[in-house]
Design a protein around this ligand. Structure first.
Ligand SMILES: NC(=O)c1ccc[n+]([C@@H]2O[C@H](COP(=O)([O-])OP(=O)(O)OC[C@H]3O[C@@H](n4cnc5c(N)ncnc54)[C@H](O)[C@@H]3O)[C@@H](O)[C@H]2O)c1
Length: 348
């Protein structure tokens, strides 16, 4: 059975969505939509989908199986509610919502309509992160006790996404939530967090670096570090480096996709670089492959073969954690407790 999808938002990152959908079997993007007619027309011409300027009209006329929302965050709530109202499954890019009230409303709208809601959290679908998850789940390092995630580079992200230069909590809201989602995927819920932010690049408005320290419900601790103004040669963009320790072993994910598993007095090395898609290129292959993997997962969910990873309801907790980090940073790094700790969670 071929699934019929539509894409809403034909901007920078949506091109990865379209190229990945084109590579996957049993799915066709039949229509695309953008407020900017030139962008919709360009995607229509490249991918052979009908072009629209209005999402409501497109959904009404096309009646798709799913809507893939790749717009920026301020439009997410209205578009998710619109798509859910048309009874189709919904995929929404991160950040899922600007605040928890909107995120709750979006989860409710999809629940009420009886449709799936998946959030495009592709970091947890990156090949090295999937491999670390498999190793932890298989018990290779025993009980997890320490996690470090490190995403630090000085790549010019503002060239393709100029709007990022104006985002106040930039590092936390752009990549921080991906890293928090990965931490939750690997180590489970977080019960408290403290966070410091820095504004390093003088040419951007917001805080472009952060350092967060977290305690998980399982007793493990985590350090999540992110900077968009850290200078290395060669630059490490778009890799996340990681260190995971358990009571029986450790996993190191280093530069160049080298992964070491230390256990039983031995160290085994693997190279976990994903393939470069036919339409892709290094260093973007890490991201491009993760988009393909996530979108294949969406098809598995629609076919009833998998549960959403992550669902909107799950991603609400990642958002809650991200807002808790923002709250902590604005209060001089003071610790914030989360719902899983049994105390009142922060609101945003
Ligand atoms: N998962 C990742 O790795 C990753 C990477 C980059 C960007 N993103 C996310 O993707 C989203 C889009 O980012 P981008 O850089 O591609 O932005 P962009 O500005 O290049 O594209 C967004 C497009 O959406 C269109 N749009 C806005 N509101 C619309 C509406 N109501 N109907 C139809 N079209 C509408 C805009 O005209 C624009 O063309 C953001 O939320 C961003 O955080 C995710």
């Amino acid at each position: 059975m071929t699934r019929r999808g539509v894409l809403i938002g034909c901007g920078f990152f949506a091109r990865n969505h379209m190229l990945a959908w084109r590579d996957l079997p049993d799915v066709t993007i039949v229509a695309v939509c953008d407020l900017d007619p030139a962008k919709a027309a360009a995607f229509s011409e490249e991918f052979g989908a009908r072009a629209y300027g209005d999402a409501a009209q497109m959904l009404k006329e096309v009646r798709p199986d799913f809507a893939d929302i790749a717009t920026t965050v301020s439009s997410h709530r209205s578009l998710v509610e619109l798509a859910a109202g048309h009874g189709c499954a919904v995929i929404c890019q991160k950040p899922f919502a600007e605040n928890l009230i909107d995120a709750d409303a979006m989860v409710d709208a999809c629940k009420h309509a009886g449709v799936e809601l998946l959030i495009h959290e592709n970091f947890r679908w990156q090949a090295p992160i999937r491999r670390i998850g498999e190793l932890i789940d298989s018990g290779a390092i025993g009980q997890p006790q320490f996690l470090r995630l490190n995403f630090r580079h000085a790549f010019d992200i503002y060239a393709n996404q100029p709007y990022l230069a104006q985002v106040e909590d930039l590092a936390l809201s752009d990549v921080g939530l991906h890293l928090f989602d990965v931490a939750r995927r690997l180590f489970g819920e977080v019960i408290r967090i403290s966070c410091e932010t820095q504004r390093l690049n003088p040419n951007v408005t917001g805080q472009d670096a952060f350092l967060a320290q977290m305690r998980h419900a399982n007793g493990a601790v985590a350090s999540v570090e992110c900077s968009f103004f850290s200078h290395y040669a060669p630059d490490r963009f778009v890799q996340t480096l990681a260190l995971v320790e358990g009571d029986e072993g450790s996993i190191e994910l280093g530069d160049g996709y080298r992964l070491w598993v230390h256990r039983q007095g031995e160290c085994l090395e693997e190279v976990v670089e994903p393939p470069v898609p036919s339409w892709g290129a290094r260093p973007w292959n890490l991201v491009q492959d993760s988009v393909i993997a996530f979108q294949q997962h969406v098809l598995d969910v629609l076919a009833g073969r998998a549960k959403p990873q992550p669902s909107g309801a799950d991603n609400l907790e990642t958002l809650r954690l991200t807002f808790a980090a923002v709250q902590s940073a604005r209060n001089g790094g003071r610790q914030v407790k989360l719902a899983a700790s049994g105390e009142e969670p922060p609101s945003a």
